[in-house]
Design a binder for this molecule. Structure first.
Ligand SMILES: Cc1cc2nc3c(=O)[nH]c(=O)nc-3n(C[C@H](O)[C@H](O)[C@H](O)COP(=O)(O)O)c2cc1C
Length: 202
């Protein structure tokens, strides 16, 4: 074996060792694109994560997706942003509020769309939820005026919820005859929203 070949194998072997020592969690790896898009989302149990991935898929898979708890400190390499959040007790995650409180002024001119995921007691979200959760809440946090937005239906996923949270929801939903585990997030709606945002007409 030539010395150069040996060295290359040695470095490759080292890379494998490092990768095995600290595995990287599954990530959505965006398709290459001329203009860089990113979706920042806040979630407790994953509905907004899946909505974000499906919105990106509707855009041809070009938008990187970031949980607000893992968002990069520097977003300056992104040209366009979409911000979304799930709702608990009328609000998004504290981390999202904190992040936007500190960074909205820096990123607001890049925000092209907003979305919200909410349970809405099992009913399809409508104009009232857009007013309450987008216009009066998320748009204000983001310091944006009117940008395209969408409110998606939510889920209740027992297997990923702490038992005390689930049982409080369970009691409320049972009293209102709402099915558990509900899943009202529509992949088709997410794909369509992504397509429209990319086309500039959401
Ligand atoms: C503790 C709790 C509080 C909630 N509060 C609201 C609420 O105020 N309004 C609403 O429409 N949905 C509410 N929901 C429903 C969530 O918005 C719905 O489950 C959503 O899919 C959660 O998204 P996530 O999986 O991304 O965390 C609540 C759910 C939980 C568990």
């Amino acid at each position: 074996m030539q010395r150069r070949t040996f060295l290359n194998l040695g470095i490759a072997g080292l890379g494998t060792t490092v990768a095995m020592a600290s595995p990287i969690p599954v990530q959505f790896i965006p398709n290459p694109s001329k203009e860089k898009w990113a979706i920042l989302f806040g979630t407790w149990y994953g509905t907004s994560r899946d909505a974000s991935i499906w919105i990106s898929e509707g855009m041809g898979g070009i938008a990187a997706v970031f949980d607000i708890r893992q968002v990069p400190a520097d977003l300056s390499s992104y040209d366009h942003l979409i911000v979304g959040t799930s709702i608990e007790s009328g609000k998004g995650r504290k981390e999202l509020e904190t992040y936007l409180g500190a960074n909205a002024a820096k990123i607001k001119d890049k925000i092209r769309a907003l979305f919200v995921v909410c349970g809405n007691r099992g009913q399809k979200p409508g104009p009232q939820q857009t007013t309450t959760y987008v216009d009066s809440y998320l748009a204000k946090l983001c310091q944006v005026g009117t940008v395209p937005s969408h409110v998606f239906g939510g889920r209740i996923t027992k297997s990923v919820m702490p038992p005390d949270v689930y049982s409080s929801i369970e009691k409320m939903y049972q009293s209102m005859n709402i099915p558990l585990d509900m899943d009202n997030l529509s992949r088709a709606e997410c794909l369509q929203f992504g397509k429209e945002v990319l086309a500039g007409k959401a």
